[in-house]
Write a protein that binds this ligand. Structure first.
Ligand code: AMP
Ligand code: GLY
Length: 424
């Protein structure tokens, strides 16, 4: 098969890396891709991934057998619908099904209707009623912009003032643009977070191994929220019985619900969970692979990823055996100084060629090639991934290998994976 992978981050580098190992994949085009993929894919940088017509035309021209969509925006733009209408197989949910990520109101309403455990909530389209509700419920409370806000439209308020200010910020100041036309106010869940990604063909859903992200910028979960500063897999907080609950009370019911609602969901479903004292609850669904969860989950996948994706597309996932390594993986994100706020770009990255390639994977995220050198080009620059026999070994390997890489103002968290150690 000749395939296209859409996206340019660490998640897409990981998918391309794994798909390149498939016995049924011949050629990979990465649109637009990044310099880390250069040896395994042809990067096509002159296509706007938010222009469906251009993507469909390119796929037709190259006689593409399957398109894999990384980021959420093309999914919500209906790229899968447009590719399928043109007769091209696409891995990912349709425009309507992607509303599970695209609209928090849609997602919360469907969970409520089908009894899928999630935080108690109300939706508002005017600031006054939202504030009244907050005053009635008390703190801590969570205030969310309804639409897509690149992971930033969520305020976990510990004080009443913070909560009320958040409403003004989202609804009156429009800090997240139209994403704030409506607002979701939620009960604050207490517990440890975990991510469970799953493959689905719309009828059958098969979870991948669990993982845990580190969303805050600084050690000890301090500092501002980011896109994710590191991950590990599997996450021991997701015990067998937790996974069983997630499968039977969350994943299977949501897939059945989407089908009943006429919005059959295919592709990868990402469940962001809080493991509370009364059981797992859904914080959010995403319509795509997680980033940087993919960087630790996919390297532990032993089965052929392209074959699994085809099964999801064709509706033949039922009974499919998916094999996982029993090792552990850790990803530490190397970020630009200043991220998630302002940071510099174009800084030369040193030592990439010195990383022990047999043990460590370096997935590019925000990099660019300039005059034959790899330079920084984003906030999250690289994901350094190590595999170990257990989580402790994986952590040690990752931090050892990071020492060979450097760029001016590089920073990273020193405590990725520490939460897993308490379960050993
Ligand atoms: P989201 O963009 O919905 O993933 O939210 C970003 C982060 O805010 C999550 O990873 C959680 O850490 C936190 N969060 C969101 N909703 C809640 C909630 N209901 N209770 C506690 N924390 C939450
Ligand atoms: N790691 C968080 C996300 O992919 O949304």
């Amino acid at each position: 098969m000749d395939i296209i992978v859409i996206g340019s981050g660490g998640r897409e580098h990981t998918l391309v890396w794994k798909l390149a190992q498939s016995s049924i994949v011949n050629k990979i085009y990465a649109v637009p891709g990044n310099p880390g993929m250069k040896n395994i894919a042809e990067c096509v940088t002159d296509i706007d991934i938010e222009n469906n017509d251009v993507i469909v035309a390119f796929a037709k021209k190259k006689n593409i057998d399957m398109v894999v969509i990384g980021p959420e925006v093309p999914l919500i733009n209906g790229i899968v619908d447009d590719l399928e209408n043109a007769g091209i197989a696409a891995f990912g949910p349709s425009r309507e099904a992607a509303q599970l990520e695209g609209s928090k109101t849609f997602s919360k309403n469907i969970m409520k209707k089908y009894n899928i455990p999630t935080a108690k909530y109300e939706t508002f389209t005017d600031a006054d009623s939202a504030k009244e509700y907050i005053k009635k419920e008390g703190i801590p409370i969570v205030v969310k912009a309804d639409g897509l806000a690149a992971g930033k439209g969520v305020i976990v308020a510990d004080t009443m003032q913070q909560a009320l200010d958040a409403v003004d910020e989202i609804m009156c100041d429009k800090a997240f643009g139209d994403a704030g036309n409506s607002i979701v106010i939620e009960e604050c869940l207490i517990g440890e977070e975990a991510s469970v990604l799953a493959f689905t063909d719309g009828d059958t859903i098969i979870p991948m191994i669990s993982s845990q992200d580190h969303k805050r910028a600084l050690d000890g979960d301090e500092g501002p929220n980011t896109g994710g500063m590191g991950t590990y897999a599997p996450a021991p907080v997701v015990t067998d019985s937790v996974m069983d609950f997630v499968q039977t009370k969350i994943l299977e019911p949501i897939i059945a619900a989407m089908k009943t609602e006429g919005k059959k969901y295919k592709g990868c479903l990402y469940a962001g969970l809080m493991i509370t004292p009364t059981g797992p609850k859904v914080i959010e669904f995403n319509a795509r692979f997680g980033d940087p969860e993919t960087q630790v989950v996919i390297p532990l996948l032993q089965s052929d990823l392209a074959e699994i994706m085809l099964s999801c597309i064709k509706g033949t996932l039922k009974g499919k055996k998916i094999n996982w390594s029993n090792k552990a993986a850790v990803c530490v994100v190397l970020a630009s100084g200043g991220y998630p706020h302002k940071y510099k770009k174009g800084i030369t990255i040193k030592g990439l060629d010195k990383v022990a390639a047999d043990k460590t994977l370096v997935f590019h995220a925000g990099t660019k090639e300039m005059e034959g050198e790899i330079v920084t080009n984003g906030g999250r620059v690289l994901g350094v991934v190590s595999i170990g026999n257990d989580i402790k070994e994986a952590i040690a390997n990752a931090y050892k290998d990071i020492k060979t890489i450097s760029f001016t103002d590089m920073y990273y968290r020193k405590d990725i994976g520490q939460k897993a150690l308490k379960y050993l």
